[in-house]
Design a protein around this ligand. Structure first.
Ligand code: NAD
Length: 462
C-alpha cells in the first residue's frame, strides 16, 4: 500500500491537469486511470481525434472548393478513409504519450485500473488499496442516449463510434444539433455523406446567441447539411447494416421515418460516476446525477473533491482543466479560483463559432441595457485573401459603462480570436480599450477591433 497527499481519479483534462498542478505544488500525487492511455475522453475519443478529422476534411473541402480559384490546378484529392483514421490515431497517440511524459517528469504515479473509494482517505485500484489525504474525483462523463435508442457503436453510434467507422456512410442521420452533432456531421458531409440532422428545438446549438444560431444554420445548410427542426426522435430500429429513424414533429404531431446507414446519437452527455462507491460514502449528488460541490470543489465528504464533467457546469475540457488547477491550489492551501462568467465555448466547424460571456437574449432577459458592435469578415482584408469571408464578430458592451459583457464570433479562427476578448473581460476592459489597442494588419483579429470600434464611433472598414 502506498500513501499519497493526493490521489486523482481519472486522467482526462480535468484529472491530469489537477495531478500535474498538485505535483508542482509539492504534493505527493498519483492518478488512477483504467483506460489504456492517459487523457480521458478528450484526448482519446473526443476533442483531439475529432479535430484531426475536422482538419483533414476541411483540407479536402478547401481543395474541392477554393484551390482552382487560387490557381492551384489538378485533380482534387480522393479520400483514403483508412489512412485518415490512422492519421487521427497518430494524433491521439502523440497527445496521450505527451501526458505520460508529463506524469514522469512531475513524478506522478499512474495507478492503472479503475478506482473506487472504499472509505474516506482510501482509493482501491484492482487488488490494491492506497492511502490518500485528499482525493479528487475527475471521472468525467459518458454519452447520454434517449429512450427508444440503443447505441451499438456500429450502426447507431455515439461520438466514440463515429470516430471509428469502417467507411464513410452514404446516409448519416444525426440526432441533436448540438456541438457534437454539428462538428461530426460537418466531417462526414465534407467526406461525401448525405447528412440529415434531426433536432428537437427550433434552433441549432441551444446555448448560443440567437443571431449566430440563425446564420450558422444557414451556412451549414449551404454546405449541404439538411435539418429537420422541432422534431423529437422517438425510436431507431437498426439491423446490422442499416437503420430507420422515427421522429415526431412538434408542430403537428405527425410521425415520419428516415433511413440511414449510420445514426449518430448526439443528444448530450451525462456524468460518469459508476463504481466509485459514492452512494455508500454518502457523497451528495444533484438530482441530475452530478456530484455536489461547494465553491472550493469540496464534496459533502471531507477530503474528497470533485471537478469537471462529473459536477455542475458546462461539459468542457477547459472548464475541467481550470477546476483541476484550482482544486489543487485549494488542497495546497492556496486560493484556487475559476471565473465561470468568462469560459469560452467553441464549435470547430468551418467557419468556427466561438462565444464568451452573455448572449443578447440573456442581456435582454436580465434587463441590462447594452450596445452591440458588429463587423463582418466580408470587410476584413485577410479574410478576403484567404477566401474565408463568412461570418462576423459581435461585441456586446454595457450601454453606459462600455464594459464588455460578451462576444460572439462566427468566422475563420474564431476559436482563437475569442481569447483576446476573454483577456479583456478578465481585466474588466471596455470596448474602447480593445478598440484603442493596435492590431497587426492584415489579420483576422482586426475584425475584433472593428467590432469594438462599432461599439463607439464606428468601424473604419464598413
Ligand atoms: P448538446 O447538449 O450540445 O446538444 C444536444 C442536442 O440534442 C440539443 O440541441 C437537444 O435539443 C437535442 N436533442 C435531445 N433529445 C433529442 C431528441 N429526442 N430528438 C432530437 N433532438 C434531441 O450535446 P452534444 O452535442 O451531445 O455534446 C455533449 C457535451 O459535450 C456538451 O456539453 C458539449 O458542450 C460537449 N462538447 C463540446 C465540444 C466543444 O467544445 N467543441 C465538442 C464536443 C462536445
Amino acid at each position: 500500500m502506498a500513501s499519497y497527499d493526493v490521489i486523482v481519479i481519472g486522467a482526462g483534462p480535468g484529472g491530469y491537469v489537477a495531478a500535474i498542478r498538485c505535483a508542482q505544488l509539492g504534493l505527493k500525487t498519483a492518478c488512477v486511470e483504467g483506460r489504456g492511455s492517459l487523457g480521458g475522453t478528450c484526448l482519446n475519443v473526443g476533442c483531439i481525434p475529432s479535430k484531426a478529422m475536422l482538419h483533414a476534411s476541411h483540407m479536402l473541402h478547401e481543395a474541392e472548393t477554393n484551390f482552382a480559384k487560387m490557381g492551384l490546378k489538378g485533380k482534387a484529392p480522393s479520400v483514403d478513409f483508412k489512412q485518415m483514421l490512422a492519421y487521427k490515431d497518430e494524433t491521439i497517440e502523440s497527445n496521450t504519450k505527451g501526458i505520460e511524459f508529463l506524469f514522469k517528469k512531475n513524478k506522478i504515479d499512474w495507478l492503472k485500473g479503475w478506482g473506487s473509494i472504499p472509505e474516506k482517505g482510501k482509493v482501491k485500484v484492482g487488488d490494491e488499496t492506497h492511502e490518500a489525504k485528499n482525493i479528487i474525483i475527475a471521472s468525467g462523463s459518458e454519452p447520454a442516449s434517449i429512450p427508444g435508442v440503443e447505441i451499438d457503436e456500429k450502426v447507431v453510434v455515439s461520438s466514440t463510434g463515429a470516430l471509428e467507422l469502417p467507411k464513410v456512410p452514404k446516409k448519416l442521420v444525426v440526432i441533436g444539433a448540438g456541438v457534437i452533432g454539428l462538428e461530426l456531421g460537418s466531417v462526414y458531409r465534407r467526406l461525401g455523406s448525405e447528412v440529415t440532422v434531426i433536432e428537437y428545438l427550433d434552433v441549432v446549438t441551444p446555448t448560443m446567441d440567437q443571431e449566430v444560431q440563425k446564420q450558422f444554420q444557414r451556412l451549414l445548410k449551404k454546405q449541404g447539411m439538411e435539418f429537420v427542426m422541432g422534431a423529437a426522435v422517438q425510436s431507431v430500429e437498426a439491423t446490422k447494416t442499416k437503420a430507420k429513424v422515427t421522429y415526431k414533429t412538434k408542430k403537428d404531431d405527425t410521425e415520419e421515418t428516415v433511413d440511414a446507414d449510420v445514426v449518430l446519437v448526439a443528444t448530450g452527455r451525462k456524468p460518469y460516476t459508476d463504481g466509485l462507491g459514492l452512494k455508500e460514502l454518502g457523497v451528495e449528488m444533484t438530482d441530475r446525477g452530478q456530484i455536489k460541490t461547494d465553491k472550493t470543489w469540496k464534496t459533502s465528504v471531507d477530503g474528497i473533491y470533485a471537478i469537471g464533467d462529473a459536477i455542475t457546469g458546462p461539459m468542457l475540457a477547459h472548464k475541467a482543466e481550470d477546476e483541476g488547477m484550482a482544486a489543487a491550489e485549494v488542497i495546497a492551501g492556496k486560493h484556487g479560483h475559476v471565473n465561470y462568467g468568462i469560459i469560452p465555448s467553441v464549435i470547430y466547424t468551418d467557419p468556427e463559432v466561438a462565444a464568451v460571456g452573455k448572449t443578447e437574449q440573456e442581456l435582454k432577459d436580465e434587463g441590462v441595457s447594452y450596445k452591440a458592435g458588429k463587423f463582418q469578415f466580408m470587410a476584413n482584408g485577410r479574410a478576403k485573401a484567404n477566401l474565408a469571408t463568412d461570418g462576423f464578430v459581435k461585441i456586446l458592451a454595457d450601454k453606459e459603462t462600455d464594459r464588455i459583457l460578451g462576444a460572439h464570433i462566427m468566422g475563420p479562427s474564431a476559436g482563437d480570436l475569442i481569447h483576446e476578448i476573454c483577456v479583456a473581460m478578465e481585466f474588466g476592459a471596455s470596448a474602447e480599450d480593445l478598440a484603442m489597442t493596435c492590431h497587426a494588419h492584415p489579420t483576422y483579429s482586426e475584425a475584433v477591433r472593428e467590432a469594438a470600434l462599432a461599439c463607439g464611433d464606428g468601424p473604419i472598414h464598413s
